[in-house]
Each structure stands twice: as structure tokens, then as C-alpha cells.
Design a protein around this ligand. Sequence first.
Ligand code: DAH
Length: 356
Amino acid sequence: MTDRTDTPNQEPIPTPNFIGMLIECQEDALAVIADSNKAADVLRIELLGAKSSLSKLTRQIRLVPDADRAQVGTVVNDVKKSIIDAINKKGASKINDLRSSFDPTMPGIRPPEGHLHIVTQAIEEITRIFERISFIRVRHPEVDWDWYAFGALNMPANHPARDEWETFFLETRDKKQATRKMVLTPHTSNGQVREMEKKKLPIRMINIAKCYRRQIDVSHTPMFHQFEGLYIDRNVSIGHLKGVLDYFVKQFFGPERKARIRPFHFQFTEPSFEVDISCGVCNGAGCKLCKQGWLELGGAGMVHPAVLTNGGIDTTKYNGFAFGWGVERCFMMKAGTHLDDIRLLYSNDVRFLRQF
Ligand code: DAH
């Protein structure tokens, strides 16, 4: 489009010339509107705004003879109106195009919806169950000093009991460059002495964390979860332990499931037990997962005095019980799960995970 106002013109403009320039302006503008894909607002600014050729020309209306100014003004208005109409018409046809291809009454497409991983769901459920009897969830390191995982639990260096934990060890150096052993925690029992070190009694903790062992088969994965209960108070008895275990089994598995306690040996409890629950896959008949109808969930017992002493607790006044069970195993033994291979939980197959 030619700009007719590049050089400020102070000479009078004859009326027919001015009207001729206006008509030229109008034709240029209508051609732009017809060819352009720009939005109506953009076109309005470009063709009618203060910097448009039409506005610049209109500002020179004072150079038209006085007598003709009103007539020229009417032409200016007509030109403007025709441009506005053309822009509006174009905008409306665009909206109509859209309207004909878009049906706002059609139902939307629902995006796929995820959910928490089943192990996370189980952890939350376990947390809620223990919360109701005042056992509060705490967190302790999942990579910890050898001391908290073994030494503090009455298993000095080179004690054969350590072999049972198939542990991943890390060699680390302290500030003086001396080697010190750390472990990927093979059980949540490392939280026991750490919790005692907080020096707040009585203790009612539930420590739920990742554990690591060098094992993989239908009932083991190298990373799994445990929950560790610890109760330290005055005059705690095995009866209290049994009460808490029964409470949990009824809440988590349902009133029809059976639990049993078998005498066992752990370095950090005396007496010690293993806790089994009747298998939910075969209902106690024996299957690929449980072999003889019972599945071991983990251990329990009365905290060994050596452990209490390591945690700075006065054993003449306080005693307590502890238990440590596998989260995944608990989930697999739940009614209706029918899960016979623990590795499925971590295979990340959404067809499997979606079922829960
Ligand atoms: N930490 C043991 C394990 O991983 C389980 C265990 C046994 C935990 C006895 C306890 C306990 O708190 O008292 O096999």
C-alpha cells in the first residue's frame, strides 16, 4: 500500500484528488482483508489505527477547501464503515467455519487416570492401622552405618548371624580417611537404636522403609519394604506384643485369617518369634508361594537388654517389644490378591498394576 503522507504536505489539496486518494486507500484495505489470514483485531489496528494510511490521510482533511470539508468527511466515514464491515464479515465467517467443524455437545475424551502404586497403598494402610493405636510412623536412613544395622543390634563384627541378611556393603571413608562400613539397610531394625537415641520415652514407633538384600525369586526382590514396630515402656509383656500382632492381622487381613507365632532366634530379641499367617492364595493347603500353607511375614520378640543399653535406655526401668514384617508379603497375603510371584510388583507392567 502506498503511503500518501511520507512528506508532510502543506499545499491545499483539491477535493476530487482527496476523494480519489480515499478511494485508493479503501481499495487497498479491502484487498488486504480479502487476502489476509490475520485476526480481526490485528487487521483493525493495521487498517484503521493511528498509524494506518487512512488515518494519516484523514489528518490532512484540513488541506481540503473549507466548503467541501463536510462532503469529504462523509466519504471518510463511508470508507471507514466499509473497511469495518469487511473485517467483521471475515471474522464472522471464520467463527462459522469453526462452528461447523466443532460440536461442543460431544462428550470429552477422558485422559488416562493413574493411581498410587499398590505397595504405596499398602504402606499407607499399614500406617493408618498403627496410628489408631498410637504407633507413629517415623523415617530412618535407608543407607546406614553398619553399627545401626548390625552392631547396635547385638551382632558384633564377624558375628555369623549377619550372614542371614545377604547385605550390600559400601566402603566409605571418614574425615581421617579411615574406612568405615555402611550398608544398604537389609532390614528396618536399624531404626530401633536410632529411635532410642531420640531420648523420648515411651516409644511407639512404626518405621516403614526400603530394604535391600542380594536375593531374587518368587518370594524375594533385591529391594523390598519392611515395617518395624517398637514399643518401649515400663512393664511391657509378651501379652502386649501378641495383642498388637493380633490387632494388626485382623485389621489388615480380615477376621477370618489366622496368624501363628513360632519360637525362633534373633540376636536382638529374647525371647524371639517368627510370625506366620495362613496363605491367602491356597488357604493353607500348600502352593508354589507358601509351600506348606503358611507364609512367614517376619520376626518379633522382646527387645534384648543389650540393644536397650546400646540405645541408652535404663534396663532396670524399661523394657519393650519389637517386630519387623515385609510390606510386599503382607500385601500378597491379603484376601483376594491371588498374587503368587512378588516380582510382579516391580515389573512395571501396567496391565498388572491397573487391577488394584
Ligand atoms: N529384622 C528382622 C529381619 O529382617 C525381623 C525382625 C525380627 C524384626 C525380630 C524385629 C524383631 O523387630 O524383633 O528378618
